[in-house]
Design a protein around this ligand. Structure first.
Ligand SMILES: C[S@@+](CC[C@H](N)C(=O)[O-])C[C@H]1O[C@@H](n2cnc3c(N)ncnc32)[C@H](O)[C@@H]1O
Length: 278
């Protein structure tokens, strides 16, 4: 139904819109079939009808569905928890000291996928630094391009697999079991903001405001070098002075990008915003 050339056209269009690059092998083995099913489900019997709807059409729902089916959303609570330790033991106490007390500390998870990472950060703050949490407002925002993940994050209902790394006292304190699923505490859910935003959309990103800390873990690995640098420049613009960027363990700011200073704090490597780069 979909030949290799047309499958590649869809793949290239996806990369242009989202930054996500799918290599030829994955395209052949996984995505070609997904795209065929997508065409069938949406009543397209030829590639060109679909492609022109995606590229020129006004059907943003179709485009959103196409994007949702192309993303990799793997995440879970307390993933690579040593970074959360660094956040609450070192980074937030430091920022708490240097920021005026009437200013909130703002944290962005970009991408948040279905919310586990941002909820983990909230739990770490409440559990590990209650003395700072009592004195200071925190604003926690999660964004993702995949609308089905943002819906899930807002619902706050998680599978056993998602919560597997949580200590039992945390599970008991912050979750209610509902059949096979675990529902996160409503108060916690209401305290966080989740939005559908494409990190490539600079103006939508800027509208989110300024942040003290940005977590961007396990997304940049899907992007080519040029796109990655563009997004890192966006993060730099969104960070407040002396703000910090956490990346996934397989991700790095390129050595020649001087807008960030690489620092080792606790067990984590992270990146601090550099002002006035000449
Ligand atoms: C593997 S998940 C990472 C989730 C979480 N940060 C973690 O490490 O557990 C990658 C997420 O990146 C999102 N993503 C991919 N391209 C994006 C883009 N251009 N803008 C925003 N989110 C994007 C995907 O939808 C997916 O949910």
């Amino acid at each position: 139904m979909l030949n290799d050339i047309d499958a590649r056209r869809l793949r290239d269009f996806l990369e242009l819109k989202t930054g996500i690059f799918i290599d030829d092998e994955k395209l052949r083995k996984i995505y070609k079939r997904k795209y065929e099913e997508f065409m069938q489900k949406n009543g397209f019997d030829n590639f060109y009808a679909l492609y022109s709807q995606l590229v020129h059409g006004k059907d943003s729902k179709l485009l959103q569905e196409f994007i949702n089916l192309s993303t990799v959303n793997e995440t879970y609570f307390f993933r690579e928890a040593y970074q959360f330790d660094t956040l609450v033991e070192e980074v937030l106490p430091k920022l708490h000291q240097i920021r005026p007390l009437d200013e909130s500390i703002n944290i962005l998870a970009a991408p948040s996928s279905s919310g586990e990472e941002l909820y983990s950060i909230a739990i770490y703050i409440m559990e590990k630094i209650p003395q700072i949490f009592a004195k200071r407002d925190f604003v926690l925002v999660g964004i993702d391009i995949d609308s089905s993940m943002i819906k899930k994050a807002k619902e706050g209902l998680y599978t056993k697999r998602s919560i597997a790394k949580l200590p039992s006292h945390i599970l008991l304190k912050y979750f209610k079991q509902k059949g096979n699923l675990f529902e996160i505490d409503k108060q916690l859910r209401d305290g966080l903001t989740f939005k559908v935003v494409n990190v490539l959309d600079f103006y939508a990103m800027k509208r989110l405001g300024k942040f003290d800390v940005i977590f961007s873990r396990n997304m940049l690995i899907y992007f080519d070098e040029k796109t990655k640098q563009k997004i890192l420049a966006t993060f730099h613009a969104l960070l407040k002075p002396q703000g910090y960027l956490f990346l996934g363990h397989a991700e790095k700011v390129p050595f020649d990008m001087k807008i960030f200073r690489r620092v080792k704090i606790g067990k984590s490597i992270l990146y601090q915003k550099v002002e006035n780069v000449s």
